[in-house]
Design a protein. Structure first.
Length: 310
C-alpha cells in the first residue's frame, strides 16, 4: 500500500467555545468528567516545588511578581506541549484509519481518534488563544514530521510504543502535581486512555516488514528522541530565560540543576531506552546505548548547548 500524504495542521485555527460546533463537541466530551473546566490566566497549575525551582538561588532572588511570572511561563510550556500532542493525534489516527489493512485496525484507530479529540477538548480551555496556532519546541516539530513521513508500522513503534508509553509517566506526574481539580481529573482520564493506546501499539508492533530505509529512519528518530532528553528541560529553561530577560551560563547551570539535571534526565533516558528496546529493535538500541545516547550531557555542556541554540 502506498503512503498517504498527511498534513499535520498544527497552525489550524481552533475556536473552542466560540465555535458554533462547540455544543455538539462538548456534549460528547464532557460526559466522562465530573468537573467543568475552570481556567484562570493567573492559575498556578504546577507550583515552584513541583518544578524544583524552590531549590534555585536564582529563583529565590526574584521578587514575588517575577516568581509568579516565571512559574506561569514554565506551566504554559507544559500545556502548549500537551495541547499540540493531542492536536497531532487527530492527524495520526486519521492517517492510520485510512491506511489500515483490516476493518478491525481501522476501528481501533477510529476509537483512538475519538479519544484524542476528547482529550483536546478537555485541554483546550486551559490554552491561551495565541498558543493554539504556535507550537513550541523541537519535539512537536519532530512528532509532526514523523506523522507526515512514516509508514503505519513505523508509526506504531515511534508513536504508540514509545511516545504513548512515555506519556504514561508524564501524565501521571502532571496529574499528581496539578493544582486545578478539573485539569487533574482530565489528566487522570487521559492516563487511562494512554495506557490502552500504548498497549495496542505493543500488540501491533512488528519489525518484520521494515526495510533498510525504514531502519535508517527509525535509528535517526531514536537518536533525536534521546538527544532531546539528554539536555534536560530545555522548554522550561527557555521559558525562564525569556521571562527573566536572559540567563547567564552560571544561572542556566544553576536552574538546570534545580530542575533535576542530570539525575532526572538519567531517569527519563532509562525509561526511554526501555520503551525503545522492543522485539526487533534490541541491537539498534544497544548500539545507541554504547554510543552514549542514553547518558545525560554533563551540566556544563547542557547549559552551553542551550545557550548556543536559543
Amino acid at each position: 500500500m502506498s503512503n498517504i500524504p498527511v498534513n499535520n495542521k498544527l497552525t489550524a485555527p481552533h475556536a473552542g467555545k466560540e465555535s458554533s460546533l462547540h455544543p455538539l463537541i462538548a456534549g460528547k466530551t464532557r460526559r466522562r468528567l465530573q468537573y467543568e473546566p475552570s481556567p484562570s490566566e493567573q492559575d498556578i497549575l504546577w507550583t515552584a516545588e513541583w518544578w524544583g525551582l524552590h531549590r534555585s538561588a536564582v529563583f529565590a532572588k526574584l521578587d514575588t511578581a517575577k516568581q509568579h511570572a516565571a512559574i506561569l511561563a514554565c506551566n504554559r510550556t507544559l500545556m502548549n506541549e500537551a495541547y499540540f500532542i493531542e492536536k497531532s493525534g487527530l492527524a495520526y489516527t486519521a492517517k492510520m484509519v485510512l491506511m489500515a489493512e483490516s476493518t478491525d485496525v481501522a476501528q481501533l484507530y477510529a476509537l483512538i481518534g475519538a479519544d484524542e479529540a476528547t482529550h483536546l477538548a478537555w485541554i483546550e480551555p486551559f490554552i491561551d488563544p495565541v498558543d493554539k496556532t504556535h507550537p513550541r519546541g523541537q519535539f512537536l516539530i519532530l512528532l509532526s514530521e514523523l506523522i507526515e513521513e512514516c509508514n503505519p508500522q513505523m508509526l506504531v513503534y515511534l508513536v504508540q510504543v514509545i511516545l504513548e508509553g512515555w506519556g504514561l509517566n508524564h501524565y501521571r506526574l502532571l496529574a499528581e502535581g496539578c493544582q486545578n481539580p478539573a485539569l487533574t481529573e482530565a489528566f487522570r482520564a487521559i492516563l487511562k486512555d494512554e495506557a490502552l493506546h500504548h498497549h495496542s501499539g505493543v500488540m501491533l508492533h512488528d519489525t518484520s516488514t521494515f526495510c533498510s530505509a525504514d531502519h535508517t529512519l527509525l535509528t535517526d528518530s531514536l537518536k533525536r528522541y534521546a538527544e532531546m532528553v539528554r539536555v534536560g528541560s530545555i522548554a522550561a529553561i527557555a521559558a525562564l530565560d525569556q521571562t527573566l530577560g536572559g540567563l547567564s551560563i552560571s544561572d542556566t547551570e544553576e536552574i538546570m540543576a534545580a530542575l533535576g539535571h542530570p539525575n532526572e534526565s538519567a531517569r527519563k533516558l532509562t525509561l526511554l531506552r526501555d520503551l525503545m528496546r522492543k522485539p526487533g529493535m534490541e541491537s539498534t538500541v544497544d548500539k545507541l546505548t554504547e554510543a552514549g545516547y542514553f547518558t545525560p550531557l554533563p551540566l556544563a555542556e547542557a547549559a552551553q548547548f542551550y545557550l548556543e541554540n536559543r
